[in-house]
Design a protein around this ligand. Structure first.
Ligand code: IMP
Ligand code: MG
Length: 176
């Protein structure tokens, strides 16, 4: 089925939103260092822009996980495809994610990362779909709350496509 993308937030709006998140985080972590944990691949575009907007010292590491289970719903059983390069011990960690949907993957991942003894750990997501939440996860920093629609752009994909769109859009399917 052919699809097209309807623009939801412009490039300028997203840039402004990330700037605001950066200011907020810089204020909250004043006098400290933050260690960003970027969840590949979706959060990579967001994490790089966010890092540039944080004024306290920043280090960054990357992790790739897959949430496997039956069908299209994520199960929350997280399989690590690529683990972090650095330990988290004593660090002020901010996990950076593209979107929180059911919350299954992240709640499992947060437990795993907490067991590595960071000084603190918080979650920052560009997008949040609260209507879809099945498992409770505390998302401290959120860019936008979005309705239950399939979102692409700014790192988010549909079938691995559209990650490179500089704006955020919704997938709409064309009538045959
Ligand atoms: P969950 O919160 O465990 O259900 O899964 C969240 C993951 O599902 C995100 O990190 C995305 O990779 C993917 N995802 C959920 N909703 C969307 C969407 O609207 N567009 C693109 N990917 C999505
Ligand atoms: Mg993801």
């Amino acid at each position: 089925m052919a699809e097209h993308i309807k623009k939801m937030m412009t490039e300028e709006e997203v840039d402004q939103k990330i700037k605001e998140l950066g200011v907020l985080i810089s204020k909250d972590y004043e006098g400290k260092e933050v260690h960003l944990v970027c969840i590949l691949k979706g959060a990579s575009f967001f994490a790089c822009e966010l890092a540039k907007r944080i004024s306290v010292p920043v280090t960054i590491d990357f992790m790739s996980v897959s949430s496997y289970g039956a069908g299209t719903e994520s199960s929350g059983h997280v399989k690590i495809i690529k683990d972090l390069d650095e330990p988290l011990e004593g660090k002020n960690v901010i996990v950076v994610e593209d979107i929180v949907d059911s919350g299954r993957t992240l709640s499992h991942l947060m437990e795993l990362l907490k067991s590595r003894n960071p000084e603190s750990i918080a979650l920052c997501a560009l997008l949040d779909k609260p209507e879809r939440r099945v498992v409770d996860v505390e998302v401290k920093y959120v860019g936008y709350q979005v309705p239950d629609m399939f979102i692409v752009g700014y790192g988010l994909d549909y079938d691995q496509k559209y990650r490179n769109l500089p704006y955020i859009g919704v997938v709409e399917f064309d009538e045959e």
